[in-house]
Design a protein around this ligand. Structure first.
Ligand code: FNR
Length: 356
């Protein structure tokens, strides 16, 4: 009998065995010397949880409001390109899993399914739509119109993509992605030559782009990719409703801080003004706990969605999210916090505290 997978690293090992080498490397790797990739994971281990005991923790709750509406637990799905690499239902399977568990699914503009397909697969689920800054503003307008019409609740604007990071998989395999997978949302613009593959983003953009976005949609705008308090303040001044502290899963500039390192200063700068979320390197419920303790309102996971999809499609995504959720629940019970809102900075300390 096949053994159950019991940790995120076992899901990752399974995917490594099952996926073609080029796909696995495309998903799992970062850029450059992979320093930020390693640091995203290691930084979580540098924090310790401070448990408090003898507090009634029998009844526990993980639900929270995010942009005014409830999620069952504060772990959502980050936008990642081409989820059909891992499973033939790709984005639709992952969005259904999120709908079933009552959390947020973020659809990438580089997805291998269309906006319409994902809206139909998970009509009642909470869905956000991510895109980059396209040179041609009509592309953004078309995508926004569809997102509004099909019930997406927010636009996630990824700001860390002036150019594509230096990824070895593209150098090594020319193009690691299989020919049958297209960028479904962008296909018509690519096929007609309006959008060129090498120019998926507008490198001339500045913060005024967000002001323009606000003038063309009533949907809340979330800036994804903030790593400094200075940019967090500029994002708030430009009118975003939330920011995601992210280094793109270490896939853009190698050498930037891990996201959990960057979080405290950003919370200090804007935490009382807008909601702050985080992604990058979250592989365990205690990582989620630590991010919440340092002030994040919610966390998002990227690669774990691929591992779940690869294992068992929709059910596999539910399983990886439930794994993280159950680990978070255990951490709540064992640290004296019956409600996620009870987790505070009193529950966390950096390891340097013990070497003073
Ligand atoms: C990504 N990420 C990403 N981000 C984005 O804004 N648009 C996108 O299309 C993609 N595509 C993408 C593909 C793959 C294969 C990966 C691994 C990541 C980044 C993603 O949203 C998120 O920031 C990170 O994945 C979070 O880090 P972890 O959870 O993967 O460590």
């Amino acid at each position: 009998m096949a053994a159950n997978l019991t940790s995120m690293s076992e899901y990752e090992e399974y995917a490594k065995e099952m996926l073609p080498k080029a796909f696995f490397e495309f998903v799992s790797q970062g850029t450059g010397h992979q320093d930020t990739l390693r640091n995203n994971l290691k930084s979580y281990k540098r924090y310790r949880i401070l448990p408090r005991y003898l507090r009634n923790v029998e009844e526990r709750t993980m639900s929270r409001t995010i942009l005014g509406k409830e999620v069952a637990f504060p772990i959502g799905l980050a936008p990642t390109a081409c989820q059909k690499l891992a499973n033939r239902d790709g984005e639709c399977a992952a969005a259904r899993a999120a709908q079933d568990l009552n959390t947020i699914y973020t659809l990438s503009s580089h997805s291998s399914s269309t906006i319409e397909e994902v809206a139909e697969a998970a009509p009642k689920g909470r869905k956000w739509l991510q895109f980059y800054i396209f040179k041609l503003r009509q592309i953004s307008l078309d995508i926004i119109a569809l997102a509004e019409k099909l019930g997406f609740e927010a636009i996630v604007l990824t700001i860390d993509f002036a150019v594509v990071g230096s990824r070895d998989t593209f150098k090594k395999y020319d193009n690691p992605l299989p020919a049958h997978l297209s960028l479904a949302i962008l296909k018509k613009y690519l096929d007609s030559g309006v959008l060129r593959r090498g120019e998926l983003s507008d490198a001339t953009a500045d913060w005024s782009y967000i002001k323009w976005l606000k003038s063309v949609t009533k949907l809340p705008i979330i800036a994804k990719g903030v790593l400094t308090p200075e940019d967090a303040i500029l994002a708030v001044e430009a009118g975003v409703s939330a920011v995601i502290v992210s280094n793109h899963g270490a896939r853009q500039l190698d050498g930037v801080p891990s996201t959990i390192e960057a979080l405290p200063e950003i919370i200090n700068a804007i935490g009382d003004k807008v909601e702050v979320y985080i992604d990058g390197g979250i592989r365990n419920g205690t990582d989620v706990y630590k991010a919440l303790a340092l002030g994040a309102r919610m966390v998002f996971v990227g690669r774990p969605i691929f591992w779940g999809l690869c294992h068992k499609g929709e059910e596999g995504v539910k399983n990886v999210l439930t794994l993280l959720k159950n680990e978070l629940d255990k951490a709540l019970a064992l640290s004296g916090c019956p409600n996620v809102d009870d987790i505070s900075k009193n529950n966390i300390v950096h390891e340097s505290h013990y070497s003073k």
